[in-house]
Write a protein that binds this ligand. Structure first.
Ligand code: FES
Length: 128
């Protein structure tokens, strides 16, 4: 059933009418044209679809868009500020961590989410 859903996306409020059961990933990629967030497994396992919702890294492929009403969503497109890449993005480039690039945005936002909660993680916490 279609409903109007408003949330803050990359620091700007957006409002759209869509099926609230669609996943956040689907809405980001199709309704809002933000294709930096990728579809991998579609089951919440691989992390390719990771975005930040209210300062927590979440798997957007398993979240109904209805559940993010009024919340703040950060995608890879919103991580760069004032034309400058985020230090995590710079680090991925510096250390050739892009691989094929498909799931890079998910890896970067998973790292970003970890550092929001734990600015000084141990190696074990990073690996976990
Ligand atoms: Fe694999 Fe979402 S696409 S966790």
């Amino acid at each position: 059933m279609n409903e109007t859903i408003s949330f803050k996306l990359n620091d700007k409020w957006v409002s759209l009418t869509t099926d609230g059961e669609w996943t956040l990933l689907w809405v980001l990629r199709t309704d809002l044209g933000l294709t930096g967030t990728k579809y991998g497994c579609g089951k919440g396992l691989c992390g390719a679809c990771t975005v930040i919702v209210d300062d927590r890294a979440v798997r957007s492929c398993v979240i109904p868009v209805r559940s993010i009403k009024g919340k703040g969503v950060l995608t890879i497109e919103g991580l760069r500020k004032n034309g400058k890449l985020h230090p995590i993005q710079e680090a991925f480039i510096k250390h050739d961590a892009l691989q094929c690039g498909f799931c890079t945005s998910g890896m970067i936002l998973n790292a970003y989410g970890l550092l929001l909660r734990n600015p000084q993680p141990t190696k074990a916490e990073i690996i976990w």
